[in-house]
Every structure is written in C-alpha cells, then in structure tokens.
Design a protein around this ligand. Structure first.
Ligand code: SAH
Ligand code: SF4
Ligand code: F3S
Length: 461
C-alpha cells in the first residue's frame, strides 16, 4: 500500500509563526491512521511545521504505520532504509532530519525498531500523539527516548487541538481498540481494549466540523457499531443526535462488525435519510467452519440475515466487505463457500486478502497453514468475482440521477468531482456549483472505480 500524503490545513497561517519547518507524514493502513495523521498535523502546525508531499528534505518525517499483514510491516523497514539515505545527505549539508515511527508497528514492535534502526529518533504509539511536541523536543536534545502506549485513549482525545478539516468530508474517530479477538488479527494487541469516546466530545467535534464547512462525516472505529455511550445509549442513539446537527447532510460509519448490527441500528438505516445507503460490513469467509476457527462470532446464515434485514428497510443499500482467503485449514469447499456467499449477496465493492500469519495471534500457530500458491490462486478467483460485481454495480448507475456532494475541482477545466450516496467518486461537467453543495448529476459513464456525468439542471437548460 503506497503512503498517502496530506495537504496543509486551510487555516494554518504559517506566515504568522516562527520560521517554517517541513514535516512529511506518510500514512499506511486503515482510516483510523488517516484520521490520526490529520490530528498529528494539527498538533504540529502551531510549532511552525508545514506539510510537504515528499520526505526527502523534511526536518521531521513521521511514518504512521500498519501492522495488519506482514507486507505492511516489511514496508516500514524498507521505508526507514530509504529515509536513512536522506538523513545522511542532510547531515552532510549541516541539516537534521528527525525520524518518528508512529502507528501500529510502533505499538507492536517499538523496541525492536529502536534496536534495528538507529536512525529512528522516536517511536510513538497511537494513544500518545498529543505528546509529539514534547517527544520531538526531547529527540532534538538527543535523549532518544521511546514513548508508546502508556496513555489512555481518552487522554489523547482530550489533549488534541481543534480540528482543521481541509474539505467537505471528514473522518471522526469515536471508538478505538477491539475486544473481539478474531484469531488472525493483531488489532486487539496494537490498539488495545475497546474504548468509546463520550457523546459530548463526539458531538462537539462534529459541530465544530460542521461550522468549518464539513457536510459529510464518516464515524470511525475498529468496531464502530460496538460504540456505547453513558446511560445505556448506543451507536444508533449517537447517529440520531449527529443527524440533528445543522449543516451535516450525510453520515457514514466504518468498520462495523456483523454481530453488532443491532435492531435499532438496522431500523435507523430505513428511518434516517442522512445515513447514507452504503455499508462496509466485513464477512471474512463464507464457510461456517472457518468463521468459527476465526472466532468471528457469526455464521454465514446470520450474515445473510443481517443483509436481508438491511435491504428490507433500505432497498438500495450498497454493501462492501472484506474477505480473507487461505486461512489455516481452508479447503477448496470452504473457499467455494466464500465465493458462493459473494455471489448471493452481490457486493458493490470489496477487499480481499491472502491470510498473513501474524506474530502472537492464535491462527499463526494453527495446523493446516495454506501454501502461498494456493492462496494466490484463490485470491485471483475471488477477486475476479468481486471485480465483476463492482463493475456491474457501477454500470448500473448509468442513466440514473444521483445526488452528488461536490468536493472539489475535477480533472479537466469546468469539471468538478464529488461523492455519490454509494461512496463512488463522480467526475462531472457542471455550471457554477460550490463545494459542499449536493447537486443532481446524471450519470453517463462508469468504470471500475468511478462514475462520470453532468449536472442534471444543466442538461435541462
Ligand atoms: N475491524 C475491522 C477491520 C480490521 S482490519 C473488522 O473487524 O472487520 C481490516 C481487514 O484486514 C480485516 O477485515 C481482514 O479482512 C484483514 N485482515 C486482518 N488481519 C489479517 C491477516 N492476518 N491476514 C490477512 N488479512 C487480514
Ligand atoms: Fe480485528 Fe476482528 Fe477486531 Fe476486526 S473485529 S479489529 S478483524 S479482532
Ligand atoms: Fe493497520 Fe493498525 Fe489500522 S494495524 S489496519 S493501521 S488499526
């Protein structure tokens, strides 16, 4: 997975501050990391750090890492190797480069990183980003201190500064950690126990985002629908409150666990128009035997039932999912059950992965580990099915008029880009429409990953 770099926040007034320093933040992994990287940028802006798109000449480089599969972790070490060359070159020019490793690899292997990679100045776990200024100052004094997990998630949320969103859509992290312990997964070890932020903090952050022009909020959590507030209030209650905020036109959430799709949450999908008709609901496998070995706490019939109940209240809801192929003990029949489930449900989009044994997880020690060649072959077959489903879902939009949230300029002059209710990117010809407006767009073309169209009003004129 290539890293994503970020733009500067609109309200960072660098000119008013001390001599600008350059920070590069490379983000790997899931949306939680994307959110955390934005928050790190917000913490660093008052110190005079301006975001840059390349690490080569940065004063500070932060790699916000992912531990989920072996490849993701390997990437961190190879990226550190690349940074070493830049650090050496800058040292030759009499300039410094502070290298910080953040995120889930920092949390899981912080000590090993410090041992294996002396060019790394500091390691910081996901709960400690509000301590970054202090850590950077200490690293500058060469005390080379490591700091990782020893803070609570609440402390982090309380200490972080106000948000500086740079668009009309924003992530809002409401829940961290996971207690589900799927046997293949490192997240319960890297992100710790499940923690839900109190209602008040979430609502205040959402209102502040709305005040700064955000129209669409995606609530984030590793198990976002396991969110619980005080006094028995649950995730559906939170969504209802958020829907009442003026200015917020669209709500989404990810990632949800099928076992946490409560009756009131499903009902809300039928009752709350601000809740978008798109849901990422990872299933992992279609085989009950494998789902049990994965400790997923649901079987295939339960998953199908959740989908049927969602479609009963919101017939156009589009579903996305995650599959793992080649879990230990997966037979050809088990694999076939995954393909069958995909064909029955019909996903608008999906991610599929080869099982990757992770240190410290139960599945890594299970008998029946699957050959790489078999994993490759099953992945290719499943991806062919899922790719076809995604194409046909997008093709199915041609001729429809979709309400599109305008997010920015398009690829060509006079073009805009935006988001459909089903989370598709839409590039369209338009007249004078402003970012943040929701406009009717007639869809005229579709590809695997995006739609094209033109504003319906223009067509009539
Ligand atoms: N909290 C979410 C997602 C967690 S990680 C959930 O419960 O669904 C995102 C995806 O990575 C998972 O859904 C799973 O499909 C995949 N994944 C996690 N661990 C993996 C492993 N060891 N090997 C391969 N894929 C893995
Ligand atoms: Fe990992 Fe399972 Fe928790 Fe998702 S629910 S984060 S897959 S342990
Ligand atoms: Fe990766 Fe950590 Fe997210 S392991 S998937 S960055 S929670």
């Amino acid at each position: 997975m290539a890293y994503r770099s970020m733009r500067r926040p609109r309200n960072a007034k660098m000119s008013e501050r001390a001599a600008p320093k350059q920070v590069f933040i490379g983000t790997y992994g899931c949306q939680m990391n994307v959110y955390d990287s934005e928050r790190m940028r917000d913490v660093l802006a008052p110190l005079g750090y301006a975001m840059v798109g390349e690490p080569d000449n940065a004063d500070l480089v932060i790699l916000n890492t992912c531990h989920i599969r072996e490849k993701a972790t390997e990437k961190v070490y190879s990226e550190i190797g690349r940074l070493r060359a830049h650090k050496d070159r800058r040292a030759g020019e009499g300039k410094g480069m502070t290298i910080a490793i953040a995120g889930c690899v920092a949390q899981a292997e912080g000590e090993e990183i410090m041992r294996r990679a002396p060019e790394v100045d500091l390691v910081v776990g996901p709960q400690a980003y509000h301590k970054l200024p202090e850590l950077i100052a200490r690293a500058a004094r060469k005390s080379g201190e490591r700091l990782a997990a020893n803070f609570s998630a609440q402390e982090k949320f309380d200490a972080l500064p106000a948000r500086a969103p740079d668009g009309v859509t924003a992530f809002l992290s409401i829940q961290e950690g996971c207690d589900k312990f799927c046997t293949f997964c490192v997240v319960p070890y890297t992100r710790g126990a499940e923690f839900s932020r109190p209602f008040a903090g979430v609502l205040a952050e959402a209102r502040a985002l709305a005040d700064r022009g955000v129209r669409e909020i995606t609530l984030l959590g590793q198990n976002v629908n396991a969110y619980h507030g005080a006094g028995g209030l649950g995730f559906a209650d939170l969504l209802e409150r958020l829907a009442r905020i003026e200015g917020i036109a669209r709500l989404r959430y990810m990632t949800s666990h099928p076992a946490e799709m409560s009756d009131d949450l499903i009902a809300l999908h039928g009752a709350e128009p601000k809740l978008m008709p798109y849901l990422h609901l990872p299933v992992q496998s279609g085989s009950d035997r494998i789902l049990k070995a994965m400790n997923r706490k649901h079987d295939g019939a339960y998953y199908r039932d959740v989908v049927a109940r969602l479609r009963a209240v919101r017939s156009d809801i589009a579903l996305s999912t995650d599959f793992i192929v080649g879990f230990p003990g997966e037979s050809e029949k088990d694999y076939g059950d995954s393909e069958q489930l995909a064909r029955e449900v019909g996903f608008a989009s999906a991610f599929s992965f080869k099982y990757s044994p992770r240190p410290g997880t139960p599945a890594a020690l299970m008998r029946g580990q699957i050959d790489e060649a078999v994993k490759n072959e099953r992945l290719a077959r499943l991806q062919a099915v899922l790719g076809e489903q995604q194409r046909s879902f997008n093709d199915g939009q041609i001729g429809r008029i979709l309400p599109v949230l305008v997010a920015g300029r398009g690829r060509a002059p006079g073009q805009k880009h935006g988001r459909s209710p089903y989370l598709q990117a839409v590039h369209f010809e338009s007249g004078a429409v402003r970012n943040g407006e929701i406009v009717p767009v007639r869809i005229i073309g579709a590809s695997q990953n995006s739609l094209t169209g033109s504003t319906a009003a223009l067509e009539v004129a």
